[in-house]
Each structure stands twice: as C-alpha cells, then as structure tokens.
Design a binder for this molecule. Structure first.
Ligand SMILES: Cc1cc2nc3c(=O)[nH]c(=O)nc-3n(C[C@H](O)[C@H](O)[C@H](O)COP(=O)(O)OP(=O)(O)OC[C@H]3O[C@@H](n4cnc5c(N)ncnc54)[C@H](O)[C@@H]3O)c2cc1C
Length: 387
C-alpha cells in the first residue's frame, strides 16, 4: 500500500532498529540514559523531517508511511519514537497555521533535527480539562508577558522551541475562545525546573516548566489571530494521537515477536510451549489484536491525509492500539513465565512502556468522549468514516 520509495524508507528504519537500536536499548533504558548517538543517527536518516515538505528542507512522507516508521522505531525502543512525537505535532502546527515568517524561521532547522520542538499543554492542575488551563500571556505593547507552569512536557530540556498552549484572554466565554498557541524559545524567565521520574519511557526527559514574566514578541503567536489556539491544537492532536497509536503498535509488535520466538524455543512437558493450547491461544489473541491495531492505525492515517477532520479515527486508533499494547505486553510476560519478570529480557520494558500510550495525548477516557461526540456529529458510523 506504500509506494516503493516510502516502503524503502520504512525498510531502512527497520534495518536501523534491528542493527543499531535493539542491541543497545535494554541497557540504555535501564541506565535512563539519553540516547544521543541514536538520535544523531535518526537526524542523519532524516527522521525529524518526515512531516516537513521539501521546500523547507524536509522529506515529507504520507501519514501511513510516517505511522509505519514510528511503529518501527517503537518496536526498537518506544522512547526514540517519543522523541519525534511533539516535534511532529509542532511541525504540522507550523505548516497548517504558521505565518510564512514563522515557517521560514523554524521549519528548515526542524527538518534536520538541529532544532527540536516540544508541545506544552498539560498543567499541574490537570491535563484533561484543557480549557481550564491557567498559563496566561498578557499583551504589553508589541510583546506578550507569559506567567504560569506546565508539567510532563517531553523533550523540554533539549527542545529549543516549545508550542505553548496558554490564555491570551482569561475572561473569554467560552474559555476556548481565549486560548492561543505561543511559539516559545528559551527566553529569560522560561525555566525547565525538574525532570519527572517515570515508570517507563526512560531516556527522554519529561519535565516541569515554569514561566515567570517571560517576554516574547507578539510575532510568537502561532498564525496571527488570538484565540485560535484551541482549535489549532485539536487538529494538531490528531497527528499526535496517530503517532501515539503507532508507538503502541510498535510496542505490541515487539512484545508479540519476542513471545512468538520464545514460545518455539522454550519446552515443557516434552514439547515447545506453543503446543500447549493455552499458550498457543495467547499467541493467537496477541496476533489478532496486533493486526486489528495496525489496520485501525492505517485507517486513521489515511483519513488524516484526506484533509478531513480525523478526530474520530485518530481517537479510535489511539484508544484501541494503546489498550492492545497493554494486553499484548502482559500476555508476552505470561508466555515468558519467570523470564517475563526478569530485567534481562525486554518484555518487562514493553509492560512499563505500554501504559504511557493509555494516558498520553489525552487519556483513553477522554478519547471515548471524543469518539462519542464525533459519532453524534457525523450521524454514527457512516461511509464517510470509512465504514
Ligand atoms: C510520560 C508522559 C509524557 C507526557 N508528555 C506530554 C507532553 O509532551 N506535553 C503535554 O502537554 N503533556 C504531556 N503529558 C501529559 C498527558 O497528556 C496528561 O497526563 C494527560 O492528558 C492526562 O492529564 P492529567 O495527568 O492531568 O490527568 P487528569 O486530567 O487529572 O485525569 C485524571 C483521571 O481522571 C480522568 N478524567 C478527567 N476528566 C475526565 C472526564 N471528563 N471524563 C472521564 N474521565 C476523566 C482521566 O481520564 C484520568 O483517568 C505526558 C504525560 C506523561 C505521563
């Protein structure tokens, strides 16, 4: 379904993952070490420019291709795919809503990975209720003065550009009309205050950010109209959710592959364990879930490329793929028996990485709300939804 050029890109990433990522991922992860060398290789391979058109120095691919590249990276180590997550959302925000000047300033540097980007939505008081956010950008002449804090912002320490969701009109009713996105560089008053300790998703940093009387020019406003930020970010989250669904599918794929191979090597009662029906059926369920997840992921990716809103499809993919990853990772532990609980095998890592996809980019409870609202708006599952 990909053309030969795009298939070659996915194949190249698959080779990179098998050759350079899988042999070192376990140790790097246990050391919680930032994978500088691998990120450098990803830059050389052009991965940070996969969502950026050629005119800005990138090598833009279709969203199905982007999803399959992300899946491959996550199959090796989910954190590597995570390093591209917020970056890609910000690239799409700039492409779809940025002024020509903003596009020229950031996209060429982002395409090579020289400049990395992060997105900052979540606040200490909550991430689900985004309209209640408290970070405020007050207009002062030709500047905004930003005050507030964000939490769980991935890649924040190494990102030189942060797409900040904030209120330019705290009194707006409804509140989303007062929300804007500011393109924040690391100006005085902008501090990365703490790296948060995590169950998994190690090696890349997720941080608390603080903004104290931070002054940025009004040209930092994404686009040029205040109050468009909520709608801009909702479209941005579609690609974010497709990316998270792809990460989940990659983790599930790794868990299935490891279990499939282990079940053929390990013997009990005089035969390979896959021949015990209980284990064989686990493999059957894992493969079925994984295949369904992959199809839903590609369905959402194709919908995104059609240019129509893809909240429903991206929400379904994110919901299903992440729950599938959790189940498949647990089943992989079952198949591995005691070794599944050992830090000398990779399956325990999949089990620690999988829950992030259930929570991140909007929890699965919120995804269900998004899906329901879209179903009602579209009049159910219609041919328009690919059903
Ligand atoms: C490792 C990691 C990396 C992250 N990276 C980023 C990042 O780069 N940028 C960023 O902006 N954020 C990031 N996040 C934050 C993430 O998006 C939020 O954690 C998530 O959106 C949930 O917000 P919350 O943690 O405040 O939970 P809350 O909003 O407090 O929710 C708590 C619980 O209540 C449920 N809940 C809340 N409201 C409702 C409702 N209306 N209906 C039903 N259930 C509800 C939630 O589903 C959840 O189960 C990251 C999080 C993690 C763990």
């Amino acid at each position: 379904m990909l053309d030969s050029t795009e298939q070659a890109i996915v194949d190249t990433v698959r080779d990179f993952v098998d050759r350079d990522v899988r042999p070192v991922a376990r140790q790097l992860e246990h050391d919680n070490a930032y994978p500088s060398a691998l990120i450098e290789q990803m830059k050389q391979l052009g991965m940070f420019g996969l969502a950026i058109p050629e005119e800005f120095g990138g090598a833009e691919v279709s969203t199905p291709c982007f999803a399959l590249v992300t899946e491959e990276l996550a199959r090796g180590w989910m954190s590597l795919a995570g390093a591209m997550g917020g970056h890609t959302v910000v690239a799409k925000l700039l492409l779809q809503h940025g002024t020509p000047e903003q596009q020229r300033r950031y996209l060429p540097l982002m395409a090579t990975g020289e400049l990395r980007a992060a997105m900052a939505l979540t606040e200490p008081d909550g991430g689900s209720d985004l309209q209640a956010l408290r970070t405020v950008a007050r207009r002062d002449g030709d500047e905004y003065v930003v005050n507030g804090s964000k939490t769980w912002i991935t890649n924040a320490r190494r990102a030189e550009l942060v797409a900040l969701l904030c209120k330019t009109d705290p009194q707006a009713d409804p509140p989303h009309r007062g929300i804007s996105v500011l393109l924040m560089e690391k100006v005085p008053g902008f501090t990365v205050s703490r790296d948060l300790p995590k169950l998994g998703y190690k090696g890349v940093e997720s941080c608390e950010l603080s903004f104290q009387d931070c002054r940025v020019p009004t040209t930092a406003l994404l686009g040029s109209v205040e109050g468009d930020g909520f709608a801009q970010m909702m479209r941005g989250l579609e690609i974010g959710r497709i990316q998270v669904a792809a990460r989940a599918t990659g983790v599930a794929r790794a868990a299935f592959d490891d279990a499939f191979s282990y079940a053929q090597q390990r013997h009990s009662f005089g035969k390979p364990i896959w021949q015990h029906q209980a284990v064989g059926h686990l493999l059957a369920d894992m493969a079925t879930r994984l295949t369904a997840a992959r199809q839903l992921l590609l369905h959402a990716a194709r919908r995104y490329d059609s240019g129509s809103r893809a909240d429903l499809e991206a929400g379904m993919a994110k919901l299903f793929c992440s729950e599938a990853a959790m189940t498949v990772a647990l089943d992989a532990i079952r198949v591995h028996g005691g070794h599944g609980y050992s830090t000398e095998f990779d399956v325990e890592r999949y089990f620690r990485d999988a829950p992030l996809m259930i929570v991140g980019e909007g929890t699965n409870e919120i995804q269900r709300d998004v899906i329901t609202r879209q179903l009602i708006r579209r009049g159910g599952l219609t041919p328009d939804s690919g059903y």
